[in-house]
Design a protein around this ligand. Sequence first.
Ligand SMILES: C[S@@+](CC[C@H](N)C(=O)[O-])C[C@H]1O[C@@H](n2cnc3c(N)ncnc32)[C@H](O)[C@@H]1O
Length: 264
Amino acid sequence: MNHRPKKRFGQNFLQDRQVVDGIFAAADLQPEDRVLEIGPGLGALTDRLLPEVARLHVIEIDRDLGAGLQARDEDKLVVHLGDALKLDWTALLTDPPYKLIANLPYNISSQIVFKILDHRHLFSRLVLMFQQEVGERLCAGPGSKNYGILSVLCQVWFDIRRVLRVPPGAFYPPPKVHSAVLCFDALAQPRIVVEDQQFFRRVVKAAFAQRRKTLRNSLTGAGLGFDGLEVSLLDAGIDPGRRAETLSLEEFGKLAQLIQPHFV
Ligand SMILES: C[S@@+](CC[C@H](N)C(=O)[O-])C[C@H]1O[C@@H](n2cnc3c(N)ncnc32)[C@H](O)[C@@H]1O
């Protein structure tokens, strides 16, 4: 197919067979699996996945690619033309769980990850390509400069590991950055108890809003301060002078629990 890659849709098409095979292997597909692929593009991954699964849903924003995708299969392949950020995944993906596989457009990868978190009950495993720096952030632990909002929010629900490093030459056209493929396995139980996910997210975002500030200052600056904050933090064993990047998941859990009663 003659298709000129569109920059506005982050179109960098995979052309390295080894990378396609690596993503395929990480997905560990079974014949009964149902899969969602976001951004199938010219179908480099789609063609590898389709023969191996029970059903493959794809979401593609570029309408010029729709007919070429649907022509591959009338039976197992379901093509949804639209914006993956706007479509209602719960309505599209009946009978979960699904595996989610995507070579994501880098300009929307964080937004997609937040949407995945909101729909995590739909997925058993994710195999996703990210810009390398984003991949490092997702895998990072406390004490690392890469540890941040996405690391904390995702690691509560998923085991995350890097399965491939991918150089720019694996794509056409080559992007300016290096990439990484990560595999996320949904945990049977979250690593910590999160009673109110939206509030937990608010606390984590507030704590990291100004990375260089102390917890005391960043929480207060983000409107989550209250009389007695310092004492409550000390009672919970968290020094208010620490920075967010030093807190473990368990400490973020405690933090949300101690702040929430002051904001209901
Ligand atoms: C990096 S390319 C990957 C294409 C193909 N999967 C591959 O590996 O060669 C990203 C794909 O996502 C599509 N895309 C971009 N933004 C999208 C969105 N918001 N919703 C759905 N698809 C999107 C692009 O049109 C493109 O096909």
